[in-house]
Ligand binder design. Structure first.
Ligand code: SF4
Ligand code: SF4
Length: 66
């Protein structure tokens, strides 16, 4: 059996204060911010980590997923 590990961008809504910082640093316009929601377009996201690094609330992280 072949096991493939994928990485995913995980958003934690409870930590997010919707400051919009992540939107400005995404090179692929993959993040859309609403009043109380944030949506990442998985087809655009390249997992570059820009948003993870700048988020002051640590609401974004990249995790391995089996
Ligand atoms: S930078 Fe972090 S806290 Fe600000 S909107 Fe993005 S995910 Fe939320
Ligand atoms: S990981 Fe990079 S490409 Fe993906 S949403 Fe964050 S800034 Fe955009």
């Amino acid at each position: 059996m072949k096991i493939i590990f994928l990485q995913v961008l995980v958003f934690n809504q409870n930590k997010c204060d919707f400051c919009g910082t992540c939107v400005g640093v995404c090179p692929h316009d993959a993040i859309e911010l609403f009043e109380s929601a944030l949506i990442v377009d998985e087809e655009r996201c390249t997992l570059c980590k820009n948003c993870v690094v700048v988020c002051p609330a640590r609401a974004l992280e990249i995790r391995d997923e089996e």
